[in-house]
Ligand binder design. Structure first.
Ligand code: SF4
Length: 437
């Protein structure tokens, strides 16, 4: 039995896809093993957003070859689609598969026989029109379920549409089937993932369904305790979606909404489809309906044209906004984007300083959010993550909680009260009566 190992870089979507591809191998009789366990085949799923994607990819291939010098190494994922030739020249790589080919890996690489030349199957991204469903079984508590892929937006900094193609989605019917399959396993929480999931519903180039209907129908699936929406564009997060989440049985009050800049000048340069005024409205609407909701924000610093004035606007905007944490990205130039040709690039040192300022702001926001929750009662799904005498879990509004380790609570939802915040923003909680929910 041949052994295969996987390595994933990048986002939750990549993780869900690796997981599905690994199941295809297992169905064909391969044995899935850890990276270090001398595999015969390595599959490395790459990301184009990762800093130094090329360097990371080289490093992983090098490690793989050290572990199993005779192994067959396959590179898939966004970076493989964007730079197939470059990747095929990395010593030790046997095959490179693009976005349209990665789920047909078995057909393209029959028996994983080594060829004289590196095999490159990366057709034009316009060929990536099929939707391939995927979900991960990373741990037995939570699953990432892919419901949508690709993007039709043209943000000036973004290579994702070039790497993943046009927007396309699974049908609600199929997604419900996947949710039922997941429900029949031990998993309690599903995180809905995609590239631009608010745009859900496009199949074969035509809009057939919409995100609101998807979440309404998922909410009825018995056996799943919780759903989380991984990230949704502010212009697609409608009042109806917010109101539905507020009244739903299973969707949790946790939103992750990309902002990217708090300056309207920069938002326009980025070709985003909203201005800061709309973002403020979305946050207010969420907080009106769900005062304890957790709101995470993506922001990019150092975009061309972001002068001191624009950065200060961003800083002040975020400082005043009722949000819970930031994911800060430092802008870096990407080939084939509009942004790379823009005037007024920001010097690297300034990008780094701004990034540091926003990371500190994020810590402040997170602390304030945790403190605002002192004394409140929540349900937490306890995870397999047991470290020494402690175990951890997350509340529905994404507070990380810590309890004394107890095997019987793993993968259980319990009711608890937040009564102390540690230095690292992990709340220590007391457990309420009738604790199992
Ligand atoms: S919405 Fe913009 S940033 Fe997000 S994937 Fe689409 S083009 Fe990229």
């Amino acid at each position: 039995m041949k052994k295969v190992a996987f390595y994933t870089l990048g986002c939750k979507l990549n993780f869900s896809e690796t997981s599905t591809i690994s199941r295809l191998f297992v169905e064909q009789g391969y044995q899935k093993v850890e990276f270090e366990n001398t595999p015969d085949i390595f599959v490395i799923n790459t990301c184009s957003v990762t800093e130094n994607a090329d360097k990371k990819c080289r490093q992983i291939v090098k490690n793989a070859k050290k572990i199993s010098p005779e192994s067959f190494v396959v590179i898939i994922g966004c970076f493989a689609q964007l730079k197939p030739k470059e990747i095929s020249e990395i010593p030790g790589v046997d095959a490179v598969l693009g976005a349209a080919e990665k789920f047909k890996l078995m057909e393209h690489l029959q028996n994983f026989e080594k060829q004289k030349e590196t095999i490159v199957c990366a057709s034009e991204i316009s060929n990536a029109t099929e939707f391939n469903n995927a979900y991960s079984f990373a741990d037995r508590t939570r699953t990432f379920l892919k419901v949508q892929d690709g993007c039709n937006y043209g943000c000036s900094f973004c290579t994702i549409p070039l790497a993943r193609g046009k927007s396309r989605s699974d049908s609600i019917e199929n997604i419900i089937k996947s949710a039922l399959e997941i429900a029949s396993s031990e998993v309690k929480e599903i995180v809905l993932t995609g590239v631009n999931i608010g745009d859900f519903g496009i199949q074969n180039g035509r809009r057939k369904e919409n995100f609101l209907n998807l979440i309404k129908q998922l909410d009825e699936v018995e056996g799943i305790d919780r759903y989380r929406i991984s990230s949704i564009e502010p212009n697609l997060l409608s009042n109806q979606i917010i109101e539905f989440v507020a009244s739903s049985k299973r969707f949790v009050p946790h939103f992750h909404i990309p902002l990217q800049s708090g300056s309207n000048t920069v938002l326009k340069l980025m070709n985003r489809r909203y201005l800061t005024e709309l973002y403020v409205e979305r946050v207010s609407k969420i907080k009106e309906n769900m005062p304890d909701a957790c709101i995470g924000v993506d922001v990019i610093v150092g975009f061309p044209g972001e002068g001191d004035k624009e950065f200060l606007e961003t800083y002040n905007f975020l400082n005043e906004l009722d949000i819970s944490y930031l994911h800060v990205f430092t802008y870096s130039e990407r080939p084939n984007t509009k942004a790379i040709e823009m005037e007024s690039p920001v010097p690297t040192k300034i990008r780094q300083e701004r990034s540091k300022m926003l990371r500190i702001l994020s810590e402040k926001k997170k602390r304030a959010f945790y403190e605002s929750q002192l004394g409140t009662i929540h349900t937490a799904l306890m995870e397999h993550d047991i470290k020494g005498s402690k175990m951890f879990g997350f509340t529905e509004n994404y507070l990380k909680v810590e309890l004394p380790a107890d095997d019987t609570l793993v993968n259980k939802t319990i009711k608890l009260k937040i009564n102390k915040i540690t230095e690292e923003n992990t709340s220590i909680v007391s457990v309420e009566d009738n604790m199992l929910v």
